[in-house]
Structure formats: structure tokens, C-alpha cells
Design a binder for this molecule. Structure first.
Ligand code: 1QQ
Length: 385
């Protein structure tokens, strides 16, 4: 009996290893299509789909098309783990772009690591993401690099800022990482961090935190949270009378917060790892085609998801030139793809990208934008630098 089980397991393993690469070549995309996190994930779906269409129209992988396989990773750890498992074992993807949140990446990326499937984090900006494992890299620059730009820009807009209130979602890995960077940067810039307030991403009432902020009499508020909670927090800050500048972190970096904080979103300063004005040829084509299709500029999360798919496709092209993809075993290709991703240089809408050995992104250009609301529903991100 034992021997039979062993033989069957062995046969299954051997079958899995001998699996060929399908055509069109399946690339997994596991981002938030439902839950509050979809306020962020929606833009990633658009960016990834856009890359699929655009890159396939230009020949895909040296003539072989790619096919994105979407699995909803929602906003929690278990959904992300399930999405990863499905993509790896049922859909036989060559690699995965996802998940949306760092909080999910710390739970789901180890699944891909164990299965030796390359992962590109399209929006995982917390400290420690590339270090999850050999098969984990990211196209999303870390908060440690991006977030300080927002504080420097706020000080340019108002050099008299002295006292700061910092708020963060304590149940979210990205938010706790980002607030660490914000607090260090504020102190390094000579600011007095007068109060630090915590909340949960599931909170809807922020009266306690806002009262503490008002009592501290600060001239800058810095919020690290996600879109729904962050948007509500900003709204309640303004409704209860806060008049100073507000910096929002990466979790507020979407026009989908407009429906949450409405006209109170006006003035929020947010650091950016992408600008539609990025002068690279790759970006100019991207912006032109995106505008033609969606009648607006591409947002950061769409550009990063696009870059994630593009990096996978370019790395696959390089491997296909060595040996036609259809001739690779799936396991062999996944391992080679991981190495190739890290070895390449990519001209993306984010500018030129490369990777450190551990999978950390090397990116040059960063920006800061400020939200300008036209009315309660419509607004835009105005780039300041
Ligand atoms: C992270 C993030 C999110 C706010 C992006 C959607 O940066 O979780 O790392």
C-alpha cells in the first residue's frame, strides 16, 4: 500500500515536472478584483490587460502570444494564497504578477517560492518583500525610497511646517512599513512628530484619532492606510476642522478615493513612482495608447502592472531566442525565467528598470502629485515635480 502510494506520488511528480509550456503562454495575474482593495486592484487589472493587448499586437513572445490568467486575490491573505495555488497548479502559469498588498505578499509569495514560480510584485512596497525568497522580485519601488519625496515636497509648499501628526493602519504590513519611513524622514527634516495615531484598515469612524490630531495642533498630517479607510480618515479630518496640509501614502494613490473623500480629497499630496510625463519612448507610446482607450492619463498602479507583465514578456522573449518556449519543460522554464528577469534591463513606462540580485527594483525617477478636485466627484492628480 505504502509502496503504491509512493509510486503514484512519484508518477504525479514526474508528470508535473515533464509538463510542457502551453501556448498562448499563460502568465498569472493575482490582484484584488473584489473587496475594498479592488479600489487599488482595478487599476492593476486595467494596466495588465493593456499590456497583454499591446504586447500581443507587437508579436507577443517572438510570434507566440501570451494569455493573462486572472485569479482574484481580493484583499486578504487567504484569497491571495488560493489565487497563487490555482495559478501554479491548475493554470500552469510560467510566472505571477501580484498580489496587490504587501500584507498578502508576505503570506502568498512563500507558496510561489516553494513551487519555484517567479513572482513580480506590482505594488508591494513594504520593506522586506524581495527578501521573501529567490523567486520574488518587484517592479514597485519601496516606500523607503518613494515616501520621503512627499515630505520634502510638502516642506517646499510650506517651509513653515513644524509640527506633524502621523497616522497609520496597524493591521497592514505596508502601512506600518510606510509610517516608519514617514516618521524617520519627518525627524530627519527637523519636524516635531507631535502625535502618532493608529487605526485599522476596517475602521470607518476616526473620531478618536482626529480629535487627537486637532488637540496636537499640527500643520501637517501624514496618513498611511489603504484607499477606503484612508479616504474616510481624510474626509473626517476636514469635516472636524483640520485645515493644514495632508500627505497620503501609497494606499491612497488612486482616483478611486474621490468617491470616498469627495471634495475633501482636495490638496492631498502623494509621492509617485510613475509619471505620465516620464520621457522614455516606451512611456510616450503607453500614454498615447492609454489616453486613446481610456480618455485619461494612466495612474501609477496601472503603469506598474503594465511594467510587471512587460518584464515577464521580455524575459520570456530572451529565453525563447535560446530555445523555443514550446520545447521547455514548465519547471525548467519557470526557473530560467526567474534568472532571466533578474538579468535583464527593461525600457518600461516607469523608465529604465533593472533588478538587484535579491529582486529589488532599480528605478531612477520619482515624483510627487497633489489631488485637485473640480467638484465632489471629479478631480485629478497634478504633478508637482
Ligand atoms: C503595499 C502597497 C499598497 C498600498 C499598494 C496597493 O503599496 O501593500 O505594499
Amino acid at each position: 500500500m505504502k509502496r503504491l502510494a509512493f509510486t503514484v506520488t512519484f508518477a504525479l511528480l514526474a508528470a508535473a515536472q515533464a509538463q510542457k509550456v502551453q501556448t498562448p503562454v499563460p502568465i498569472g495575474v493575482a490582484v484584488a478584483q473584489t473587496s475594498n482593495t479592488a479600489l487599488l486592484g482595478q487599476e492593476q487589472v486595467i494596466g495588465a490587460r493593456f499590456a497583454e493587448k499591446f504586447l500581443n499586437a507587437r508579436g507577443g513572445i517572438n510570434g507566440t502570444p501570451i494569455k493573462l490568467v486572472f485569479q482574484d486575490a481580493a484583499g486578504d491573505e487567504n484569497s491571495a494564497i488560493n489565487a497563487f495555488q490555482n495559478l501554479i497548479t491548475k493554470e500552469n502559469v510560467v510566472g505571477i504578477v501580484g498580489p496587490t498588498l504587501s500584507q498578502q505578499a508576505f503570506a502568498a509569495d512563500p507558496i510561489a517560492e516553494r513551487a519555484k514560480v517567479p513572482v513580480l510584485g506590482p505594488s508591494n512596497t513594504a520593506k522586506g518583500i524581495p527578501q521573501i525568497g529567490e523567486f520574488v522580485a518587484r517592479v514597485s519601488a519601496p516606500v523607503a525610497v518613494v515616501a520621503p519625496n512627499a515630505i520634502k515636497q510638502a516642506l517646499k509648499l510650506d517651509p513653515k511646517i513644524k509640527k506633524v501628526a502621523v497616522l497609520y493602519a496597524q493591521n497592514d504590513a505596508f502601512s506600518t512599513s510606510e509610517t516608519g519611513t514617514f516618521q524617520e524622514t519627518a525627524k530627519a527634516q527637523g519636524l516635531n512628530v507631535a502625535t502618532v495615531q493608529k487605526f485599522q484598515t476596517t475602521d470607518t469612524d476616526f473620531t478618536t484619532q482626529v480629535t487627537a490630531v486637532l488637540n496636537a495642533d499640527v500643520d501637517l498630517v501624514i496618513v498611511s492606510g489603504l484607499a477606503a479607510d484612508g479616504g474616510n480618515l481624510v474626509k473626517q479630518l476636514r469635516q472636524l476642522g483640520y485645515k493644514g496640509l495632508i500627505i497620503g501614502g501609497n494606499g491612497l494613490n488612486t482616483s478611486n478615493i474621490f468617491s470616498v473623500c469627495q471634495r475633501y480629497c482636495d490638496g492631498i499630496i502623494i509621492a509617485q513612482a510613475y509619471s505620465p510625463a516620464q520621457p522614455s519612448a516606451a512611456n510616450q507610446v503607453f500614454v498615447k495608447e492609454y489616453r486613446a482607450q481610456y480618455k485619461k492619463d494612466p495612474p501609477q498602479f496601472a503603469a506598474q502592472a503594465y511594467a510587471g507583465v512587460q518584464v515577464m514578456v521580455e524575459a520570456l522573449k530572451a529565453l525563447d531566442r535560446k530555445k523555443k518556449l514550446a520545447q521547455w519543460d514548465l519547471g525548467e522554464l519557470r526557473a530560467a525565467l526567474n534568472k532571466q528577469i533578474l538579468a535583464g534591463k527593461y525600457n518600461t513606462p516607469l523608465g529604465e528598470l533593472r533588478f538587484e540580485k535579491d529582486g529589488e527594483i532599480i528605478q531612477k525617477d520619482f515624483y510627487v502629485a497633489q489631488i485637485k478636485m473640480k467638484d465632489a466627484r471629479t478631480g485629478s492628480f497634478v504633478f508637482l515635480k
